[in-house]
Design a protein around this ligand. Structure first.
Ligand code: ADP
Ligand code: MG
Length: 256
């Protein structure tokens, strides 16, 4: 009702797509995620940054249930992610993931790598899946490589194929876990450019990366993690120029 109430709500006016509430994750004694509360709006690009071991990969992996959570809840588009079963497979298809290592099937062509998911999981006919795959390969600029095998492509090309493969499942949200950190420097830009274009097209994205250029160009928000906690959240500009916490200052001092 009142202005005061308005001010206490989150600044984002976006419709929430992914919501983590009170998420805790333990690996035995190790408390890897500590009471994570995070809402990702539809079309929002959230950049996750933080020291090694701070829980960034675990956060991504819980969002698509590659890891179970110990406590809390995760919803995608209002639906709670079950821990296992058929429903899980269906909901997991809403989440695309791109890892540091490209994980393409070595004995399948690029085209087959991209058509496999849509044919198996989405029951798409081969001709339709191939048409979709070619559109996506074109979107990331590797359509000329369609008949080749992964080993014949550069790392940057393989990572762009991995992006196309994830997009072929028509996910609602895309997770990227350090997608450029295994690449030679000259290939980083082509992968980041494909990601920027995806972001500009309105895809909801969670991106673990230390690439500040990407964060500033495409990021709506930076989430800084340390020791399994979200320590700080801000716009990329504010975060990189005026980090508030000592842990963020210390971390930025090391990477900048
Ligand atoms: P980051 O991606 O930020 O480097 P991770 O999410 O990989 O961090 O790891 C967070 C913490 O959880 C680390 O201490 C790591 O050793 C631990 N961890 C991650 N995966 C496992 C696992 N499968 N078993 C035990 N400990 C794990
Ligand atoms: Mg990691």
């Amino acid at each position: 009702m009142t202005a005061a109430k308005e001010e206490t709500s989150t600044p984002s006016t976006r419709d929430p797509l992914v919501q983590l509430r009170g998420v805790n994750k333990y690996f035995g004694e190790m408390h890897a995620l500590k009471d994570i509360n995070l809402t990702i709006g539809r079309g929002e690009v959230v950049v996750v940054i933080g020291p090694s071991g701070s829980g960034k990969s675990t956060l991504c992996r819980t969002i698509n249930r590659l890891e179970t959570i110990s406590e809390g809840s995760i919803t995608i588009d209002g639906e709670e992610l079950p821990q296992e079963g058929k429903e899980l497979a269906r909901l997991r298809a809403d989440v695309g993931m791109v890892f540091q290592s490209f994980n393409l099937f070595a004995h399948k062509t690029i085209l087959e790598n991209v058509t496999l998911g849509p044919m198996k999981v989405r029951r798409m006919k081969k001709a339709e899946a191939e048409q979709l795959a070619m559109q996506l390969l074109e979107r990331v600029g590797v359509e000329a490589q369609a008949q080749k095998y992964p080993a014949q492509l550069s790392g940057g090309q393989q990572q762009r194929v991995a992006i196309a493969r994830a997009l072929a499942m028509e996910p609602k949200v895309m997770l990227f876990d350090e997608p450029t950190s295994a690449l030679d420097p000259e290939m980083i830009k082509e992968v980041l450019d494909a990601m920027v274009s995806l972001a500009q097209g309105g895809m909801t994205m969670v991106v673990v990366t230390h690439e500040m250029g990407f964060a500033r160009t495409a990021g709506d928000r930076v989430v800084f993690m340390a020791d399994g906690e979200i320590v700080e959240e801000n716009t990329p500009e504010e975060f990189f120029t005026h980090p508030r916490s000592d842990r963020a200052k210390d971390f930025l001092g090391k990477i900048l």
